[in-house]
Design a protein around this ligand. Structure first.
Ligand SMILES: Cc1cc2ncn([C@H]3O[C@H](COP(=O)(O)O)[C@@H](O)[C@H]3O)c2cc1C
Ligand SMILES: O=C(O)c1cccnc1
Length: 338
């Protein structure tokens, strides 16, 4: 199990990221060229199969064990009226996840992912980022480790989602700190806040940046000052996945914002990640551009919970099924091209 002893260990892990297997990548490319289709004709499905082969270190990758984890947290900044919904909804949705009635329950079932939900101190909202750091060092480390600790090496594909009323506000602040730009550029309507609420949100992010930006020297400080428990947990889980060489399907704006400080420090961080979709929250596209990732799907989703990641699982399954089960030119006695 991955755990970080302190902030330095977390940062050191980022500086020593493992790479995919070059041999398995090359073998999977070779197999793709032998399958009964014009080379490249399965487009991104071919890339997905080769990507999975590299990270699983096998020319015949599999997706039998898909794990979805949803982290939940509450935010002090939500008291500023930055969301269309009241903070109680976070805990109510956690109960809904337990009862099986949320979108992610249905989508995880549909895509054959095992779902776990990790509520993080819901009765203790983080500090209001417009006034103080969201978390102490100990709280941020605990959240990172709560995320890292759920990632196990028997998983073949990881989906990371979140639930936290108000969390598009810290997500926007994190993006601005990691990648520059002003508050307005990174703020959208989240779960549907009205124009007055959006103005309060931009104002909160501006205040948070004025207060913390100069101290956001490294990804730990950015997550601690501007993030939230579920956001830090997502970052911890996606870093642990990398250390265990597990591929990750990235969900929406908040999941991507969670790793924005890691990518700003280590641009190569996302090489174990697939952008499952592009959210309707406008800043998600900006973030994916910064990550240099092309989303697989663009369905107008703006939900989070890992919903977009779950929807991309069938594409990964299809990519691996074609890769593993198609006949080669030799097997099918089909004449290959020059
Ligand atoms: C019922 C409900 C279910 C959700 N599931 C995910 N979110 C999404 O909306 C929230 C972020 O938007 P904002 O920053 O505007 O509050 C997060 O909880 C996110 O996961 C939900 C929101 C609601 C209301
Ligand atoms: O893109 C997301 O993940 C998102 C967008 C709006 C609200 N909640 C989540």
């Amino acid at each position: 199990m991955i755990a970080f002893a302190d902030a330095r260990a977390f940062l050191a892990a980022l500086d020593g990221l493992p790479s995919p297997s070059a041999a398995a990548t090359a073998a999977a490319k070779e197999r793709q060229a032998e399958l009964t289709k014009p080379g490249g004709s399965l487009g991104q499905l071919e890339d997905l199969a080769i990507f999975m082969a590299g990270w699983q270190d096998t020319p015949r990758p599999r997706v039998d064990r898909v794990k979805a984890v949803v982290f939940a947290g509450n935010h002090g900044v939500a008291a500023r009226g930055v969301s269309a919904f009241p903070v109680e909804v976070t805990a109510q949705m956690v109960a809904n996840f337990a009862a099986g009635g949320a979108a992610i329950n249905v989508l995880a079932r549909t895509c054959g992912a095992e779902l776990s939900v990790v509520p993080l101190d819901l009765d203790r909202p983080t500090g209001d980022i417009a006034q103080e750091p969201a978390m102490t060092e100990a709280e941020c480390l605990a959240a990172l480790n709560a995320g890292a600790g759920v990632v196990t090496s028997d998983t073949q594909l990881l989906l990371v989602g979140e639930m936290g009323i108000g969390n598009t506000t810290p997500a926007a602040a994190i993006c601005a700190a990691a990648f520059e730009g002003n508050a307005g550029q990174w703020c959208g309507r989240g779960s549907g806040v009205d124009s007055a609420g959006l103005a309060r949100k931009i104002d909160a992010v501006e205040q948070a940046l004025a207060l913390h930006r100069a101290d956001c020297r490294d990804p730990f400080e950015t997550l601690r000052r501007l993030g939230g428990r579920e956001i830090a947990a997502m970052a911890g889980a996606m870093l642990a996945a990398r250390l265990l060489r597990l591929p990750v399907l990235l969900d929406g704006f908040i999941a991507c914002a969670a790793i924005a400080p890691l990518v700003a420090r280590q641009p190569e961080f996302t090489s174990h990640c697939i952008a499952a979709h592009c959210s309707a929250e406008g800043a998600h596209r900006l973030l994916l551009e910064r990550f240099e990732l092309e989303p697989l799907l663009d369905l107008g989703l703006r939900l989070g919970e890992g919903s977009g990641a779950a929807l991309a699982v069938p594409l990964v399954r299809a990519a691996l099924a074609t890769h593993n089960e198609m006949a080669t030119f030799a097997e099918a006695a089909v004449t290959s091209g020059g």
